[in-house]
Design a protein around this ligand. Structure first.
Ligand code: DAH
Length: 347
């Protein structure tokens, strides 16, 4: 009788104490420690079971039943508490990872085309619309193609116009202009008519400065056929200028000299910055030079495999960096190959 009272009392205390300590538990690991202390094999309530022998046979079921109730109470308290802990953890993580879907998105960095590439592509598109194809000629040329066949023999004073990078291979050089491609395309297609542009990098042995670089792009234009006239030459280039600079742009051809054209000219467009008024970009003249050009010299036609008595043609050469420089009022040509992201991002 007394033992029974004692154990029942002890059970009640076990329950109260266990539930009290459970309230103090803050997180999962604490909860597991609590579980093994209060429901593990040597937990107080478990030890009551092994002491059932201390009470009389009659009272034993009652104490056993009571011990089971305490054990179950602790188990369900444990489960409830575990659920609550999980819920709190979930709520606080939702709280922390809160996402405002109404905020504006972050713009990812995007690559863009180099200003030279952009200009080149505009030029390609315009000439493509006029029926010109693209022909690629090599960057490394022979003295023969770069000079001789273009009517610039070794003694010719016009060689001064091109400061050349020579290679260690005798007679091989980095092309100083895209004009040697004229001979290559003519030799490939003669006596068929030709309408091509030849884009590519050119190289000159220059002191690098704000106005001159050792490498730059050129786009060569070449048309060869029977009965091509000066007025067709002029009309094509004026049409190009209109498509490039606007329908109402004014142009002019100035007489000039190149060994591979006769007659030779330079084409100016009305300054698109000041509209001909005169500004710093056009140095007060109101005009900007955009290309060298002319009727293909008979000697060059012959070197290309065309009979100059039957065939005529025109050619031109322009610099996309120069065009981009003028368009965007870039003061220093060195920006083009400096790879400074702050410059490139502006286009
Ligand atoms: N090759 C010349 C240069 O680099 C540019 C040029 C002038 C090309 C007249 C031509 C032309 O085709 O007809 O300065």
């Amino acid at each position: 009788m007394l033992e029974e009272q004692g154990l029942l009392q002890e059970l009640a205390q076990i329950q109260v104490r266990a539930l009290e300590t459970l309230q103090a538990v803050q997180e999962q690991t604490g909860l597991q420690v609590w579980r093994s202390a209060n429901l593990g094999r040597s937990a107080p309530v478990m030890r009551i079971f092994s002491r059932l022998g201390e009470v009389s046979k009659e009272e034993r079921p009652l104490v056993g039943q009571r011990a089971n109730q305490v054990k179950q109470a602790l188990e369900s308290a444990y489960e409830e508490y575990e659920n609550r802990l999980q819920e709190t953890a979930l709520r606080s993580s939702l709280e922390q990872d809160r996402l405002d879907v109404t905020l504006p998105g972050r713009q990812p960095e995007r690559g863009r085309l180099h200003p030279s590439t952009q200009t080149l592509r505009r030029i390609y598109r315009i000439f493509a619309e006029m029926g010109f194809q693209i022909y690629l000629a090599p960057d490394i040329e022979t003295d023969e193609y770069n000079f001789e066949l273009l009517n610039i023999p070794a003694y010719h004073p016009a060689r001064d116009m091109w400061d050349t990078f020579h290679t260690t291979n005798e007679g091989m050089l980095l092309r100083t202009h895209t004009s040697p491609g004229q001979i290559r395309v003519m030799r490939e297609y003669a006596p068929e008519p030709i309408r091509v542009i030849l884009p590519g990098m050119c190289y000159r042995y220059e002191q690098i400065s704000a106005r001159s670089e050792i490498q730059f792009n050129q786009v060569e234009v070449l048309a060869v056929g029977e009965g091509i006239t000066f007025s067709e030459f002029k009309g094509t280039l004026i049409d190009f200028a209109r498509r490039m600079y606007g329908e109402d742009v004014r142009t002019r051809l100035r007489p000039s000299y190149f060994p591979f054209t006769e007659p030779s000219a330079e084409m100016d467009v009305e300054c698109f910055i000041c509209r001909g008024e005169g500004c710093a970009i056009c140095k007060g003249s109101g005009w900007l030079e955009i290309m060298g050009c002319g009727m293909v010299h008979p000697i060059v036609l012959q070197n290309g495999g065309y009979d100059p008595a039957r065939f005529t043609g025109f050619a031109a050469g322009m610099g996309p960096e120069r065009i981009a420089l003028l368009r965007h009022r870039i003061e220093d040509i060195r920006h083009f190959w400096a790879n400074d992201i702050r410059f490139l991002e502006q286009f």
